[in-house]
Design a protein around this ligand. Structure first.
Ligand code: AMP
Length: 500
């Protein structure tokens, strides 16, 4: 038996955003390292590089040969896992970590990961990036079957499924669980003998394998490998399970072969620009988005100004393509978190002011093209446009380096329902008036595919998960169907793909 020896949890819970909102939509980063001294310290570093994937809470679990140790905290990695005593607090040669941002507020600390379970054969700690689209269905079945959930997180359902599997070996139990879950996921687990990584059948969420002086590392993004000095080995493939133990790294493919559909929003906004995701430099793709945007939405102007930081690479591409100078017309204050981090709309709006300041020297008297990576609710844009005008800009032309966002997400990107998505609610003309801009332009879906270097979008089998812009969801949405009365929750359905 390998029990949880230490379990430290700190933090206070923010108030729920919607009292009735039980499902948690997550944006997260995961990291894991196997068989190295000071595994917790390396994991803390790796998580630090993944901080942009979630700033609300973080956690690390280690295994020290005897038992597991775990710490979960609200807040940033640098605050939670600082201190020379970190390796004493979290001893062990294998570790996994998680950085997390949830958009629903209820019971936050209970949902912080990694999650731990004591199985018959020993303990397992699990870190999950992504979102299951059949979680409520699974939870309904599991609870009916006697499972006692400690959290409202969909990741806990995976642990219950592993625990209840009738198979003997932990990897088989793990795969048994994968067969029952649907949606987007990158998972890293450690047991007393192994580290296991898995990516959903379509590869919606990213996961990479690295090598740290001959020891395997798993991480959401390559920037975390760079941070710890690990060499990039390869992407974990869509639908692949990698099993790491003293025999090395083994690859299993438990699902029927399917064409990958990685999430395009990783390139638009979510991943760090210095990461290489599925073989593509995020920075290069963003610059190409900007260049194509310049071709599609050209306008006479004096300066190209990014909304920092996420709009910077696209603005560089736009400036280069248009020949109009790039200027830092907005200065970002780096000592506040991302706009979306604030759990309520009121605080979020306030957050925009705290985060960005106009730079008069670059704006006064100028015709300005403002570039952001995306427009979601429009909250950021309204504030920024006003700010830029107040600083003396003569004209403000807003450009989004991604197509209009029309549909919500269910796979681990925070994207609200249609009633809150600006482009889903208003025409281009109405948005132009609402945002108080002289003109407004979006990248086309064709342009996005061009920037990805993917040729034309294949409507029969799209190359990417791109429902934000197209409404074309890559899997069925069982929980949604049940909520809308289109499916019977008691029905036993284990097939995981609609379009495969
Ligand atoms: P909004 O103010 O709602 O229009 O949000 C747009 C801003 O939020 C842009 O500056 C984006 O860089 C950023 N953004 C876009 N998608 C997300 C997301 N899923 N999570 C957090 N921030 C986002």
């Amino acid at each position: 038996m390998s029990l949880l020896l230490t379990d430290r949890i700190t933090g206070t819970e923010p108030p729920p955003r919607h009292a009735d909102d039980e499902t948690l939509r997550l944006e997260c980063g995961v990291f894991g390292v196997w068989n190295v001294p000071d595994a917790a310290a390396i994991t803390a570093l790796g998580l630090h590089a993944l901080q942009h994937r979630g700033q609300e809470a973080c956690g690390i679990s280690t295994f020290d040969g005897m038992g597991f140790h775990s710490e979960k905290h609200m807040g940033h990695v640098g605050d939670a896992f600082a201190g020379e005593d970190l390796v004493k607090r979290l001893p062990g040669h294998s570790a996994i970590g998680h950085t997390r941002y949830s958009t629903a507020g209820g019971s936050v600390i209970r949902n912080v990961q990694p999650m731990f379970a004591d199985l018959v054969a020993g303990g397992i700690a699990l870190a999950h990036n992504g979102n299951l689209t059949n979680f409520l269905h699974l939870r309904h079945k599991l609870v009916a079957d006697g499972a006692i959930f400690q959290s409202t997180s969909d990741s806990e359902a995976i642990l219950h499924l592993i625990a209840r599997s009738k198979r003997g070996r932990v990897v088989d139990r793990f795969i048994d669980a994968l067969w029952q879950i649907e949606g987007g996921y990158a998972l890293i687990a450690i047991t007393n003998k192994k580290m296991i990584g898995a990516r959903d059948p379509l590869g919606i969420r990213p996961l990479v394998l690295g090598d740290l002086d001959g020891k395997p590392v798993l991480a959401s993004e390559t920037c975390a490998l760079d941070m710890v000095g690990a060499r990039f080995v390869r992407d974990v493939e869509h639908g692949e399970v990698v099993v790491i133990d003293e025999d090395g790294v083994r690859s299993l493919k438990p699902f029927p072969p399917t064409r990958a559909r990685p999430c395009v929003f990783e390139y638009v906004y979510f991943a760090r620009p210095d990461s290489v995701v599925n073989g593509r430099s995020v920075y290069d793709v963003r610059k190409r988005m900007g260049a194509r945007l310049a071709q599609e939405t050209a306008v006479n102007a004096d300066v190209i100004v990014p909304v920092p930081d996420s709009g910077v690479p696209a603005a560089l591409g736009y400036a280069h393509e248009s020949g109009i100078p790039f200027e830092m017309g907005i200065i970002r204050n780096h000592y506040v978190g991302r706009t979306f981090i604030q759990p309520t709309q009121g605080v979020r709006e306030f957050g925009v002011k705290m985060k960005h300041s106009p730079n008069r020297a670059a704006l006064a008297g100028k015709r300005v093209v403002l570039i952001d990576d995306s427009i979601v609710r429009g909250t950021t844009s309204v504030k920024i446009v006003r700010m830029v005008r107040a600083a003396g800009a003569r004209e403000v032309h807003l450009r989004s380096a991604s197509p209009p966002i029309l549909w919500p997400d269910f796979y681990g990107i925070d994207m609200p329902d249609r009633d809150k998505l600006l482009a889903a609610q208003k025409s281009l003309e109405e948005m132009t008036a609402f945002l108080e801009v002289d003109s407004l332009g979006f990248l086309s879906v064709d342009g996005l595919y061009w920037a990805m270097g993917a040729g034309q979008r294949d409507p029969a089998q799209p190359q990417f998960t791109d429902h934000y812009f197209t409404g074309d969801y890559p899997t069925r949405l069982l929980d949604r169907e049940i909520a809308e009365g289109r499916n019977d929750p008691t029905e036993r359905q284990l097939s995981f793909l609609v379009s495969a």
